[in-house]
Unconditional design. Structure first.
Ligand SMILES: Nc1ncnc2c1ncn2[C@@H]1O[C@H](COP(=O)(O)OP(=O)(O)OP(=O)(O)O)[C@@H](O)[C@H]1O
Ligand SMILES: [Mg+2]
Length: 218
């Protein structure tokens, strides 16, 4: 059965932001691994970014799950249908930092769009263009503050600015070297140290996203 905007029953989360370097790829990988760990799987990831950072990470990864799949020649829709047929339960899609028709089309297949934002004035101003795409497609979205720095005034401003557009995840992902370091060897911060504060943040973030997803994609 077709669920929400996703292909044939695959819950589909698109991670999008026009702004570069806000953590789209980092969060796609971390959340895919966490969702699989929490038993939501099988989980697939799709890298739609020509920079191919997610693919690069996956290329040095040893664990067998979650899987990274290539877009089929028929496009994203056909790919999601094929994933559904293969029994994949959840798909996270990483996107390039741009505003293009292709991103609008990708967002069009989402059950939920996750928009990471860094708590900087530039980043916050840039969020509007991504929000426009998501609103045009009438898709539910969630913001998440990434690379947050505790107790900074910027973070308070970020929360205020983002919450005017839509729901903000109640968990901030802080600026932690664990996130960057783990990605260089094909793992996630949670896989490197399951008890780290980074792991705790991702667990909480996924738990929140899972609740939202259940609500929107029935
Ligand atoms: N919470 C974090 N703490 C520390 N470093 C982070 C965090 N999130 C991301 N980074 C680092 O910031 C950089 C940008 O992150 P990432 O590649 O995930 O962003 P992106 O939005 O996918 O970028 P692009 O738009 O270029 O695709 C990377 O070097 C990554 O390791
Ligand atoms: Mg990226």
């Amino acid at each position: 059965m077709h669920a929400g905007g996703g292909g044939g029953g695959v819950r589909t989360i698109v991670v999008a932001s026009q702004k570069g370097g806000v953590g789209k790829t980092t969060l796609t990988g971390h959340l895919a691994v966490e969702a699989e760990r929490q038993g939501v799987g099988p989980v697939a990831m799709i890298d739609t970014d020509p920079q191919a950072n997610l693919s690069g990470w996956f290329g040095v990864r040893e664990a067998e799950t979650p899987v990274l799949v290539r877009l089929l020649p028929g496009g994203l829709r056909a790919t999601l249908d094929a994933l559904a047929e293969a029994g994949i339960a959840l798909c996270l899609i990483d996107t390039p930092p741009a505003i293009t028709d292709s991103i609008s089309a990708t967002v069009g297949e989402a059950d939920l769009v996750l928009i990471p934002a860094k708590p900087s004035p530039h980043d916050l101003r840039a969020v509007g263009a991504t929000v426009d795409i998501v609103e045009k497609a009438k898709k539910p979205m969630i913001f998440v503050v990434n690379q947050a720095v505790s107790r900074s005034k910027l973070k308070v401003d970020a929360v205020r600015a983002l919450s005017q557009h839509g729901p903000l995840a109640p968990v901030d992902v802080h600026n932690r070297v664990d996130f960057a370091a783990s990605m260089t060897d094909g793992r996630t911060a949670c896989e490197v140290d399951a008890k780290s504060p980074a792991a705790e943040e991702i667990t909480q973030l996924w738990t929140y996203i899972a609740t939202r997803l259940q609500r929107v994609a029935q």
